[in-house]
Design a protein around this ligand. Sequence first.
Ligand SMILES: [Zn+2]
Length: 180
Amino acid sequence: MRRLISTLLLGFSILWIAACTSSPQKPSTTPLPAEQVKKLKSMQLKSSLPIPVQHVKAKQLKDTWGASRSSGRTHEGIDIMAPRGTKVFSATEGLIADLRNNNLGGKVVWIMGPGGSWHYYAHLDEHKRGLSVGDYVKKGDLIGYVGNTGNARHTAPHLHYGIYLDGKGRGVVNPYPYLR
Ligand SMILES: [Zn+2]
């Protein structure tokens, strides 16, 4: 009898797990407004972009592209050093596409910009208050504040800025030449 009960329980657990894993996955991000996505795709990313951190001048920038990182990774972006709380501005117009924290980047902002480009702003201390997925930002709009969240927690506060030309996380290029 006891064996029957435990067999039944095991059977139910397997069914329950199967039911959970086969349920449709929630979309990872809120769908973006189609009109604005279309408009952005028809535009071109400029070859020169404003430095996305307040008060930082081009001559202060260091090209940190390709520097080695933990677990054999190389650095996919530029680190722009600035005091904690310094304002971070969008380098392009675009749609706020993702605001979820991740282990490496900490508090981040993903922006879908012109011509299929995506822009990644990481290690933020805070997002701009009220910023939401689907918001349309102009070049130079405030999106957050410099910090050292994520894997930067043992380093000085800085903005990690990444540019991807072929969609989210795809077609990474060095942002440094864009910021001269
Ligand atoms: Zn970085």
